[in-house]
Design a protein around this ligand. Structure first.
Ligand code: ZN
Length: 260
């Protein structure tokens, strides 16, 4: 079986600008995740915001099976035209895994159509993640629950689509609850949002977190890539109904533009 081509995208600013965070992730969050999920069936590369085209050239997007996304302070700096290309590719089949503060990224807002607002608090409390879908491929190897010693609290209400399938439900030391692992399907693409991963704590070294991200990469692997075309299609069978209503015959692409 061919390897899964994984691209780990990271904003990569906190690690360069804050020495305490650099001490946790000296090579960046992306490299920690890349090392943590490394396996024979994965071909992993990284891309970051400050590279030309944010490291997401047409060639990189076209040759990515599953894209991971960590962003926080610079969501607005991500170019809209690149987000549109990533979104189109998700609809065509590319898997997307959005991590932690990526809930406010342009790409997550685009695929959810929601504000993605949530409650938050940064006091280093513990988080307990409950595995409420133990037969799902993403929860494989994870017990009934596990705990993160220190995490930023993300709390409900989390404004996400009502068709989100909940895999993990969390409670925090301070009393809040959160849908911490959810899946969505958009077009032919599979999407997983996973809440843990505040930059101030070494969360992307914890074995359960890496296990879940690795499982999610394999789950989100495309079955195929297929362009959305909105084809005008001939009838399979003879149509005998008589109808004199006018036809407008506008042939459109999926973005609403006229087909040539
Ligand atoms: Zn955070």
């Amino acid at each position: 079986m061919e390897k899964i081509r994984v691209t780990i995208w990271n904003e990569f600013r906190h690690e360069k600008q804050n020495s305490a965070i650099a001490a946790i992730y000296p090579e960046g969050i992306h490299k920690a995740i890349a090392k943590g999920i490394a396996a024979d069936d994965l071909e992993i590369r990284c891309a970051t915001l400050d590279e030309p085209e944010h490291g997401l050239t047409d060639e990189v997007i076209a040759s990515t099976d599953v894209l991971l996304w960590w962003g926080h302070a610079a969501h607005r700096e991500v170019r809209d035209d690149i987000v549109a290309k990533v979104h189109k590719r998700v609809l065509e089949g590319m898997g997307l895994i959005v991590l932690h503060s990526g809930h406010f990224s342009k790409i997550f807002k685009a695929v959810t159509g929601c504000s993605c607002s949530l409650k938050w608090r940064e006091q280093g409390e513990w988080e307990r993640l409950w595995n409420i879908d133990p037969t799902h491929p993403i929860t494989r190897g994870i017990g009934e629950y596990f705990q993160i010693p220190h995490e930023e609290m993300y709390g409900e209400r989390f404004d996400i689509p009502s068709d989100s399938k909940i895999l993990f439900l969390s409670n925090f030391e301070g009393g809040n609850v959160f849908r911490s692992g959810i899946t969505l399907e958009r077009g032919y693409g599979k999407i997983f949002y996973f809440q843990p991963g505040h930059e101030s704590y070494p969360i992307y070294y914890q074995k359960e977190i890496l296990q879940i991200i690795g499982n999610a990469v394999r789950w989100a692997r495309p079955v195929f890539f297929r362009e959305m075309q909105a084809p005008n299609t001939p009838a399979l069978d003879e149509i005998r109904s008589k109808c004199d209503a006018p036809t407008t015959g506008i042939v459109q692409n999926v973005d609403g533009s006229a087909k040539k």
